[in-house]
Design a binder for this molecule. Sequence first.
Ligand code: ADP
Ligand code: ZN
Length: 621
Amino acid sequence: MPDPSAASTLPLSILNEVFGYTAFRGQQADIVEHVTAGGDALVLMPTGGGKSLCYQVPAIARHRQGRGVTVVVSPLIALMHDQVGALEEVGVHACFLNSTLTQEDTQRIEREMMAGRLVMLYAAPERITNIRFQAQLASLHERGLLSLFAIDEAHCVSQWGHDFREDYLQLSLLHERFPDVPRLALTATADDSTRADMIERLQLQDARVFISSFDRPNIRYALVEKDEPRKQLIHFIREEHEGHAGIVYCQSRKKVEDTASWLTEQGINALPYHAGLDASVRQRHQDRFLREDGLVMVATIAFGMGIDKPDVRFVAHLDLPKNIESYYQETGRAGRDGGEADAWLTYGLADVVNQRRMIDESPATDEFKRVQRGKLDALLAMAESHDCRRVRLLAYFGEASQPCGNCDNCLRPPATWDGTEAARKLLSCIYRFWQHGQQRFGAGHLIDVLRGKVTDKVQQYGHQSLSTFGVGADLSENQWRAVLRQLVALGHVVAEGEYNTLALTDTARAVLKGEVQLTLRESVEAPKRGRVSKGGSKPAGGAVPADLVGEALQRFTDLRTWRAGVAREHNLPAYIVFNDATLADMARVAPQTLGELGEISGVGAKKLQAYGDQILDLLRA
Ligand code: ADP
Ligand code: ZN
């Protein structure tokens, strides 16, 4: 490890000395070099790819060159405390300015900033347009102390994106006022329209664009048919993720509440999170999720952006996301640490119908709805696909790939069947309803008629007389639901109105006429993976690397206990003190000297100085 007093401005030395890492990953080195030299950049990198270092290392390098303060624009006030805490832990002088601070703190931070002592200042986008803040930036700029703008979660500027924020539109101001200050925009969203929008709105036409692969190989994708979702969920958690941290996404606030209490009753440590909860409750739940091991957060999509907890082992969806980008973003919160993680989704006919309806009934323009429908179609196609999920996911982002071997379809190729005849029966039954009484009906009645069930409703409408009555007795109710779901997903049938009554679309005609062949998925259960280790019963909770046994396991457990104490004292999540991978390395290597300890990945100069002796004592004991 180099001598910290030498205060090198070389990116690699900074990576080593400050962060304790030996090498840059992927495109980090190129990005850091380009930005440190004063170039503009747009960085598209998946979650967990290491975006933070792309601006933190240039910020440190440029500060050491005497260029002053880097302003980091981040939409996540609720996370700024931890982000800044992580930097202070590695000895980088960073602060945040937001509405939660006292006047005294604000003044202190402003003094640090104006003196150019701060390396990084985190601010929410609304602050950028604040007159007072603008004047402060101008003063810094005049004195050559405005080093760099880093715009995190840059996709928030795009209306096509899923997290559009009005305030982000104002960020072009930075470029207009301070055209010579380099800018770095970062996002984990990569679809084409969002990308083009970001470049235009942030005026990044001249920026160098760095695009990483969006593959997250450690995430296993599974999309299972909804049967009894709660049972399926609890089964999934118990079988695969007992004692692990995870996120369960639901669409409505009520469902979030209900699911969280139900999981709690089942003995799972779960908390709710949605926009209807008090801000203080939300913050408390978020803090607990970040700070405690093995907690399950049941949430609406209000939760998750910027959550950098590395050991989220699963993301489960009880409802269908809006589109592939949302699905990718939400599932991407699993496995940031590179360890095995699951993205598990359960969906059924109602999900398909609801998502379509939400678009139809939204007040948006026709153009916007058209785009949204296209995006939903891509997701539905992926849900109904019989081939590799990852290939489809990556193809959506313009990346070609080979079957991954780590998704449900690869691991257990679903059986398919020729559903052309079944589809024709179903479609013609909908057609006969209309012909018979100019009426539309929902899924339940349709399936009763197909299966030849004489119900009150069948008698009331005289539907026994239809030519389609009983033509589908060979398939079960569930099988018919699956056929209908796939027909809705494919856009041949729509469900409309308060009662979700079914109608044919224009494309149904070709199917009815037998001009189109339909290969449908047969229902299968998601494959299980044999977990090497499970937390819960292990001493400190959370997952334990399988290779740690005997004394090494004991050391790991002791290190975790020690880490929990430090984290509490500093009011930070444990992984900010040291992440699990670093602790596991310490437990394996059992370093005896500060020099040896400093060699471990994730141990930089400041942490070595602050904690080195305590850790060595603990390891010797
Ligand atoms: P992102 O913001 O892109 O989701 P992060 O910046 O949070 O990703 O990085 C994800 C994890 O990878 C963090 O724990 C980070 O410390 C680690 N990491 C990033 N770059 C490196 C590197 N070059 N060497 C070792 N660890 C790294
Ligand atoms: Zn696959």
